[in-house]
Design a binder for this molecule. Sequence first.
Ligand code: ZN
Length: 320
Amino acid sequence: QIFWICIKKTIEAELAVPVITGKKSEKDKFVGAVYTNTLESLMPDGKALQMGTSHFLGQNFSKPFDVKYLGENNVETFAWQTSWGVSWRLIGGMIMTHGDDRGLVLPPKIAPIQVVIIPIYYSKEEKEKVMEYALKARDELVGENVRVHLDDREHLTPGFKFNDWEMKGIPVRIEIGPKDIAKNQIVLARRHNQTKNNLEMMKTSLSVILEHVSDGIVTNKLPNYVKEELENIQKEMFDAAKKILDERIVRVSEYQQFKEQLDNGKMIDCSWCGNQTCEDKIKEETGADLRVIPSGNAKAETCIYCKNSGTTNALFAKGY
Ligand SMILES: [Zn+2]
């Protein structure tokens, strides 16, 4: 159980993909398991994606395979077993959750490159100035363990480089051009929300001027500023995905609403009597699967299908 919580935390904190945890129904549990835990996420097209499962096998496998351990009092006991699975589909789920029409959008925590620096110059003189500044910025960021790349490819235009790194989903782009240097500024662009702004810089050091106050200025060193920015981006990406997930889950009590909301790409929260017959009928008539019986379940009403008293709440959606 603890390990399971760790997986949920990892998916949410690192991949910035919100998940719903709970159990699979008897029909969908791992064959032979006592029960199956699942982590479900909802993709932008309204289909659910199972992000990982774990199975409690009890002694169902240790008995036929004769797996024993020596317990207290030297008594041989059949082993209690679990089975875990998370795989590449996590990466697929992350890509689908955050990606947009321009390409990949990577959460900073897992981005192999977190910041790309694009020097902008059109002459040899400009190049010298800009590269000196860009190299200094890169070195300071490297010194503070920011994963940074300076794109100094000669044969490509800045515009091409912008698009190239946008497609690859790099969270932050820093643009440095001769006009910026003349104005003591650099440009910082964020991939996830396509915003960018000018950072006013100190003349003498790579520090960002945050504000001008009556008796001077408030500054932050560039690496610190960038690190805070990366943390904000990570949080904003998760919050945005969580908001979409929460808005997509709709509570219904009538089967007609169930069908309508499913067609709207929603994940349906409803009560269910626990019988596989109802689960099968719903699947047959709507295409929706019982994805997860959420943990921390509220009190159930009557079954969405047969109207008998519900034993549990369950989330239904179409899957891949
Ligand atoms: Zn029912």
